[in-house]
Design a protein around this ligand. Structure first.
Ligand SMILES: N[C@@H](CCC(=O)N[C@@H](CSC=O)C(=O)NCC(=O)O)C(=O)O
Length: 311
């Protein structure tokens, strides 16, 4: 599986590269992603943060509007921005609805036979993409990775992280999310996605793909979660996000605001203006620098910021 380089841009002393490759788990379609490497990657492997985007996005929305590259350069960490679905699968009706299908893969592995060959964004993000990047010799240390995302991508980040904690694999060090779809089995976006992609519908999703259901299963395993949402977000007001459900269950299970921090941001909406306002917090805070980034990583000084544990 070879990576084709589509573009390279210098940014914040590092390099942003767009790649393309033929994805097996996405049924042989071509997948594109963006990779940001900070300057210190020239001297050794760096930690990595995956960013999962929301409905209608490609790999470019957050790269261009998230304002993440500067903070990542300061911390000396790589960023990977995958697309949100397979493209060009040719499935009847897949592009008819912005809330489902193309641009809306929901970070699941489809079990409905109609979508099962192509719509496997969970395996793509957690398995194939890291393997392809590693095989290409990119200087990333995949033992130090974390994941964050927005809306549908916030759902992806939280469920991928919580499943890794529940399975005891400890693949991801932390997760954070902007306006995540936090209880998708109870909102229209999730219902639409799960009844479409999964043979077992909502019931199948409850076990694997719902952050609120997953955190309810925890037995106080250590967690590092940060969530921001805006009170002026129309999707929040319409009941698509339900962060209050996630927060309630987290507190019922016994997680305090150090391990699961949910911040309500007055008047902010769902857009990248909101995300870019708090983006630096998420980069600086979620990388628990004492154990993710070490002095040996880089000959250039890494700017260490107060993390949200201290805020
Ligand atoms: N087309 C829709 C709006 C779609 C939208 O707001 N998408 C969000 C993510 S929503 C949850 O996953 C987004 O990130 N859009 C891309 C951007 O660059 O803003 C409509 O008409 O309402």
């Amino acid at each position: 599986m070879s990576l084709e380089k589509l573009s390279v841009n210098r940014a914040f002393g590092g390099e942003l590269t767009k790649y393309k490759f033929k994805s097996e788990v996405l049924g042989g379609t071509f997948a594109q992603f963006n990779l940001f490497l900070p300057a210190n990657a020239a001297y050794g492997k760096v930690p990595v943060l995956f960013y999962l985007s929301g409905l209608t996005c490609t790999e470019d929305n957050a790269t261009q509007k998230g304002c993440f590259l500067g903070p990542a350069a300061q911390e000396g960490i790589a960023l990977i921005f995958p697309d949100t679905s397979p493209r060009g699968a040719g499935i009847e009706g897949e592009a008819d609805d912005w809330q489902f299908g193309v641009g809306a893969g929901f970070y699941v592995d489809a079990t409905n036979p109609k979508f099962a060959k192509h719509y496997n964004m969970l395996s793509f993000v957690t398995r194939e993409l890291p393997e392809v990047v590693q095989a290409a010799g990119v200087p990333i240390d995949f033992t130090r990775q974390s994941i964050f995302g927005h809306s549908m991508g916030g759902h992806g980040a939280l469920t991928i992280y919580l499943n890794s904690v529940l399975k005891g694999t400890k693949v991801y060090r932390s997760a954070s999310a902007f306006s995540p779809i936090s209880n998708p089995t109870k909102c229209p976006w999730g219902e639409r996605a799960f009844t479409g992609f999964l043979q077992g519908g909502i019931e199948e999703a409850r076990d694997k793909y719902d952050a609120t259901e997953l955190i309810a299963k925890m037995s106080k395993e250590p967690l590092h979660i940060l969530i921001d949402y805006g009170t002026g977000d129309n999707f929040y007001k319409q009941g698509q996000l339900l962060p209050e459900n996630f927060l309630k269950v987290a507190r019922d299970v016994g997680y305090d605001e150090v391990q699961v921090r949910v911040r309500s941001q007055e008047g902010y909406d769902h857009s990248y203006y909101f995300i870019s306002t708090f983006g630096a917090d998420h980069i600086h805070c979620m990388f628990f620098l004492p154990y993710l980034v070490t002095e040996n990583d880089s000959p250039v000084p890494i700017k260490v910021h107060a993390n949200f544990l201290k805020a």
